[in-house]
Each structure stands twice: as structure tokens, then as C-alpha cells.
Design a protein around this ligand. Structure first.
Ligand code: KIV
Length: 257
């Protein structure tokens, strides 16, 4: 686990870090061949469970899906989101992060930045739990979506947050929906890799929600590039199946015993 983390850190200034999210073994198996990091994101709340935000996902949901994802992972770093409310203070964070690691065999946890919670990162790292930070748009704590780092004062605040997270011992930081200028300044001023989502190429790596980039989630903001339109492909297949069942063209002799 430590070596996997060291390899991610070593990529800074050398090669871009590729990351995507997974919530199940079948997707994880595909991602594992190509990605450096696979994240079991709390975005599963919206994507899988149909909630309006990420708040209703609990530790049990995250553990369940991570167990499935873990079965598909051989080489990439497996990072797991700690759900909202599971790292309110250092004691709760330690208990919950240990539980997630023990039950799933993940490599690291991710937590969103809020007030002074870099102190929680410090505590977890001290207990040998690798942590990924997350700044900018942090859906667990911010009600309204807004691109951050457009004003000088915002860039200063974000840079300070990133530095505190680095100092606390995190091995990398997600920069979500911040300006390209802010991403460049942060990436050039911390020694740990920055992983961007909606934050330009001025980051050490990129992450997207897999269901978004595959065109299956129905959520396509500007920062998402649809690399496939799986909705269309699935719909076509389901239509064909429906037609064949109705016309008694399926199953054929090939499909029966
Ligand atoms: O939950 C998630 O999928 C995330 C990524 C968007 C970074 O946190």
C-alpha cells in the first residue's frame, strides 16, 4: 500500500495521473487496466441511488460498494470517500476510517475540506491511514455550486488550504471546479499531486465520474467530456431484446438446453 502511494507521488511533474470512479467490480476491472487511482466516490449517492446530493450515503453503503470494487482491482490505488458526517471530529474520523480500511482493504480514504479539518487529516496520517484531500467545490459542505479561485483572495485561500492539507500529511489533493489560474498556482506550490475535476490541465492528474464520461448518468456539466453514449447503446440493445422476445425470436435454439 505504501509503495502504491509513493508511486503516485513520484508521478508529480513526470506523468499525468489518471483517475476515475467505480462503484462495482465489473467497472473496476476495466478501470484497473488503465487508471492509476480508482475512487469509490460518494457521488454514488446521485449516480446510483438517485439522491439530490451526496449527503445520504452512509458508511455501510460505501463499505458495500468498495468490497465489490476491490474484487476488480489488481494494480491501481483504491481510494474511498468518507461520507458526510463520518469525520466530524478526530475520534469519529479515526474510528470510521479504520473500519472502512479493515472491512474493504482499500489503500486510502478521501475527505473534503471544511473549516480546520486538515487537523483530522493529520490525526489519520499519524495513525498510518493515507489520506487524499479535496478542496474547491466540496459537495458535502457547499450548498451552491460555484467555480472558486476566480478572485485573488479566493486563490490565496485555496492555496493556504492546499498547503495545510499537504502539511497535515495528505498524499494528494482533489481540486474540484476551481479556475485554471488557481489550479496552476496550487499545483506549482505544493509537493503532492493535484487531481483536477473541472479544474483545467494545470493539475497533476484528472478524475471524472465514470458514469458521466460514459454518458450514462444524465449529468453532463461543462467539465464532463462524454467519451461514449452508453445510454443510447443500452437503449438500442433493450429495444432489440424487447422486439425479439415479443416476436418469439429470442431465445433461439442456441440459447436453450
Ligand atoms: O464522489 C466523487 O466521485 C468525487 C469525485 C468527483 C472527485 O469526489
Amino acid at each position: 500500500m505504501i509503495n502504491k502511494i509513493k508511486n503516485i507521488i513520484k508521478k508529480k511533474n513526470k506523468s499525468k495521473i489518471v483517475s476515475l470512479t467505480a462503484y462495482s467490480k465489473s467497472i473496476a476491472k476495466i478501470l484497473d487496466k488503465h487508471c492509476d487511482i480508482v475512487l469509490v466516490g460518494d457521488s454514488m449517492a446521485n449516480v446510483l441511488y438517485g439522491h439530490k446530493n451526496t449527503h445520504k450515503i452512509n458508511l455501510e453503503n460505501i463499505i458495500q460498494h468498495t468490497k465489490s470494487v476491490k474484487m476488480g482491482i489488481k494494480k491501481s490505488l483504491l481510494v474511498v470517500d468518507l461520507p458526510k458526517g463520518t469525520y466530524k471530529n478526530a475520534k469519529t474520523a479515526e474510528k470510521n476510517a479504520k473500519l472502512v480500511c479493515k472491512k474493504t482493504g482499500c489503500d486510502a480514504v478521501k475527505l473534503e475540506s471544511y473549516k480546520n479539518n486538515f487537523r483530522i487529516i493529520k490525526k489519520l496520517v499519524k495513525k498510518k491511514i493515507p489520506v487524499m484531500g479535496h478542496i474547491g467545490y466540496t459537495p458535502q459542505f457547499k450548498k451552491k455550486f460555484k467555480i472558486e479561485g476566480q478572485k485573488k483572495s479566493e486563490i490565496k485561500k485555496l492555496l493556504n488550504e492546499a498547503r495545510l492539507i499537504e502539511k497535515a500529511g495528505a498524499f494528494s489533493i482533489v481540486l474540484e471546479c476551481i479556475s485554471s489560474k488557481a489550479a496552476r498556482i496550487i499545483t506549482n506550490n505544493v509537493n503532492i499531486p493535484t487531481i483536477g475535476i473541472g479544474s483545467s490541465t494545470n493539475c497533476d492528474g484528472q478524475i471524472l465520474v465514470t458514469d458521466d464520461m460514459l454518458g450514462i448518468s444524465g449529468f453532463y456539466p461543462k467539465f464532463v467530456k462524454k467519451y461514449a453514449n452508453l445510454n443510447r447503446i443500452i437503449e438500442k440493445a433493450v429495444k432489440k431484446y424487447t422486439r425479439e422476445v415479443k416476436l418469439k425470436k429470442f431465445p433461439t435454439n442456441k440459447n436453450i438446453f
